[in-house]
Design a protein around this ligand. Structure first.
Ligand code: HEC
Length: 493
């Protein structure tokens, strides 16, 4: 959230210019290339990968499901597979070539989200088609077999993927905290267009200013994963002092700051050129979240145990002041003065359904704002009343502040700078069997760069809500992986 804001600000400002320069030099295919003929698309998809990895899925006995092969060898099927030769357990090369041609009729190279092969057998609640006579073969877009097919379809890079990134300029990234995946949403279609695999317990996520790299704090291995954005491949693992929590990046992109969860409290500093940990800055208490102020001058860390926020001067890398609260410090968001310097910090606290307001110049809390009592009734069955409100973010245009409430199962909108309540958007409900509906346990917030659409990760509902910032209507619910939490916006060129 604040993470979203800090980085959003970063990309909207200085970085956007740097990126524009980078675009001019890049050689991405013009959008017109999208209408490439079928034969070009055929060339774009790899036959060897199809034969080695994709075809075996059609033959495989997957628990609880009949095999694709069992039904799709029938001649009247739109999606047709060749019958195996008697006495063989796999297709020969000629048969595979035919299967390859059949399958190509049901894929859009480079675009899994538009490929019938992936959508038709996918569960409707995971973004798939409403009905398939062969059943919901894939319960989610994180199914390992689904991912293999999706990776193959997406790998039509030269012709297809670079086009789609040339046409779509923004991506929303969400880390699935109870999984090993990161979902990437295209806000133009509100569909998942890429899944990054192989980071177990991914926590925070930020981007290099040129958008080439993604940095993810990895709780399972206590490393910073450096990921190539285009391919989703992990380039390097930088070891951290101990188990991390959230992270952020300096405005110039030269250093990644990672909050370390253990006491007595440090922020690990990773140099993004050498990709090594160059120092650890002591702060007051184990770090839950760390942010860079929108002007890039300070880092701000929050501690649950010490109930403090520590402000670090990024010129000297020294803690310069600390704000003490009576409750554990949760997410934070920032408001800027006209000159870009920080005016206020909005701080969420454990056990409080609202937020504290810290005046940056006075270095002190000046107000505490409680969210409305209605709607209410959520968070009890979910066991989340101790964290009634998690996720707070300032819109990129600086005109509104958004705060999630687990008790209300909603996101509230306040105007800035006057902090007047402007309304709320209800979030999806979860329907447990035989019990009343429960809430989606919202976690973090990010925005499209024009501040028109707000994205909320619904950790208990395996989804991300896209909300119209003006009408407060939910415009899409995007199925993602297990317990989605950190969410952040990247501008691509
Ligand atoms: C129990 C039989 C059965 C199984 C098993 C089955 N399917 Fe199907 N599938 C069908 C039938 C029948 C249709 C056409 C009617 C429909 O769409 O429901 C179909 C349609 C499709 C289509 C759409 C084809 C078109 O014409 O647009 C795709 C793609 C597809 N299946 C993929 C798969 C994949 C991949 C698997 C395995 C992971 C699979 N199916 C397993 C019976 C099956």
């Amino acid at each position: 959230m604040l993470l979203g804001v800090a980085v959003c600000g970063l990309f909207l400002g200085v970085a956007a210019k740097a990126q524009q320069a980078a675009v001019a030099a890049s050689s991405e295919a013009p959008p017109a290339a999208r209408t490439a003929s079928h034969s070009a698309a055929t060339d774009a998809l790899d036959f060897e990968v199809f034969k080695m990895k994709v075809e075996p899925i059609f033959l495989k006995q997957r628990p609880g499901h009949a095999r694709c092969y069992g039904c799709h060898i029938l001649p009247n099927r739109g999606f047709h597979l060749e019958p195996l030769s008697p006495g063989t357990a796999a297709w020969n090369d000629d048969q595979s070539q035919l299967n390859f041609q059949h399958v190509l009729q049901h894929v859009v190279p480079g675009d899994p989200a538009s490929s019938r092969l992936l959508l038709h057998p996918l569960a409707p609640e995971a973004g798939g088609d409403s009905f398939h006579s062969g059943g919901r073969q894939f319960a989610s877009q994180n199914d390992p077999d689904w991912l293999v097919i999706a990776a193959w379809v997406r790998s039509a890079r030269t012709e297809a993927v670079s086009e789609s990134s040339a046409t779509g300029k923004v991506r929303i990234y969400v880390t699935n905290s109870a999984s090993d995946t990161i979902d990437v949403i295209d806000p133009a279609t509100n569909k998942v267009v890429q899944v990054i695999n192989g980071i177990e317990l991914p926590h925070g996520i930020v981007f290099s200013p040129d958008g080439a790299r993604i940095y993810v704090s990895n709780e399972f291995e206590s490393v910073l994963d450096v990921v190539d954005r285009q391919s989703g491949e992990i380039l390097q693992k930088v070891s951290l002092s101990a188990r991390p929590n959230n992270l952020t990046i300096t405005k110039d992109g030269s250093r990644v700051l990672v909050g370390i969860r253990t006491e007595p409290g440090i922020i690990d500093v990773i140099d993004t050129t050498s990709l090594t940990r160059v120092k650890s800055i002591p702060v007051d208490g184990g770090v839950h979240n760390v942010f860079v102020t929108p002007d890039g001058r300070y880092a701000v860390s929050g501690s649950i145990e010490k109930k403090t926020a520590t402000i670090v001067d990024l010129n000297t890398d020294k803690a310069i002041w600390v704000v003490k609260f009576d409750r554990a410090v949760r997410p934070m968001a920032f408001e800027t003065n006209r000159d870009g310097s920080t005016s206020r910090i909005f701080v969420q606290l454990s056990g409080f359904n609202g937020f504290a307001v810290v005046d940056f110049a006075k270095r002190a809390e000046v107000a505490r704002i409680k969210l409305p009592d209605k709607p209410s009734g959520f968070g009890i069955f979910e066991g989340r009343t101790g964290v009634p409100s998690h996720g707070i973010a300032t819109a990129p245009d600086g005109k509104s502040l958004w705060i999630n409430s687990t008790l209300a199962n909603a996101v509230f909108k306040y105007s800035l700078p006057d902090l007047e309540l402007m309304g709320y958007a209800a979030l999806p409900e979860v329907q447990p069997l035989g019990r009343p509906p429960s809430g989606s346990v919202p976690e973090w917030i990010t925005f499209t760069p024009d501040s028109k659409v707000v994205y909320v990760s619904n950790s208990g509902a395996e989804s991300v809500s896209a909300i119209d910032a003006n009408t407060l209507k939910q415009i899409a619910v995007i199925p993602v992986g297990e317990v989605p939490k950190r969410i952040n916006t990247l501008i691509l060129h």
